[in-house]
Design a protein around this ligand. Structure first.
Ligand code: COA
Length: 182
């Protein structure tokens, strides 16, 4: 008898989806069959990219590493808990980069359960990604710095376009430092 696939919801504003987020999806796929990446609304934030653009960026990132089959990317506008109930989600997953993330996420996990949603499993980020945030990536892109260590190439191009900048626009800090020291 084939059992129903287990499904995790990975919510966030994903403005943009980074390689740190990708690592959380990979880890989640070790214990669920499918992950639904939900581009949700954080009312405290004003996104740079449209919901559509964020969906495209996340989808392209997942496809680039061959995870397109087990991961779906959706946009949601309501409560996470309601989406989970309507879409047979077994668990919510969230990445934790540090203790501050836990302090922020723990009450949300409780509220989501109080609203009838599933429990949340916290997944620690590896140290490689623990310093990354979507805002940090945007800040670097704004100055034309190389962000391809943090986001997939097409996402990087999308950000440069949205910000009206281009890679290489930033001064090469290593070079500048050398010249100043001469
Ligand atoms: N790698 C890289 N970056 C990471 C990361 C990781 N593993 N984990 C977290 N981050 C970054 C995110 O990019 C984000 O960066 P930013 O602040 O620069 O945008 C930051 O850490 C915070 O991430 P997160 O805590 O997931 O917040 P969010 O704004 O991305 O998502 C929602 C919050 C959308 C999930 C939340 O507002 C929500 O659930 N909204 C739906 C409505 C609802 O149900 N509300 C009730 C919930 S209690």
């Amino acid at each position: 008898m084939k059992s129903t696939p287990t499904r995790a919801l990975f919510p966030g504003s994903f403005d943009p989806f980074t390689l740190g987020h990708l690592e959380i999806v990979r880890q989640a796929l070790a214990f669920v069959d499918q992950v639904v990446v939900a581009i949700a609304v954080n009312t405290a934030k004003k996104p740079l990219l449209s919901g559509e653009e964020r969906q495209v960026a996340a989808t392209q990132t997942l496809q680039a590493v061959g995870l397109g089959d087990r991961v779906e990317v959706v946009q949601i506008s309501g409560l996470l808990a309601d989406f989970c109930v309507a879409n047979h989600i077994d668990v919510i997953v969230k990445g934790l980069r540090n203790a501050a993330d836990f302090t922020y996420e723990a009450p949300m996990a409780t509220v989501n359960q109080d609203l009838g949603g599933p429990g949340t499993v916290f997944i620690p980020s590896s140290p490689q990604w623990a310093h990354i945030s979507s805002s940090l990536v945007k800040e670097l892109a704004r100055y034309g710095a190389n962000i391809t260590q943090m986001v997939e190439d097409k996402t990087a191009q999308m950000l440069y376009r949205a910000l009206g900048t281009s890679p290489g626009a930033a001064p090469d800090l290593a070079q500048t430092g050398q010249q100043e020291r001469k």
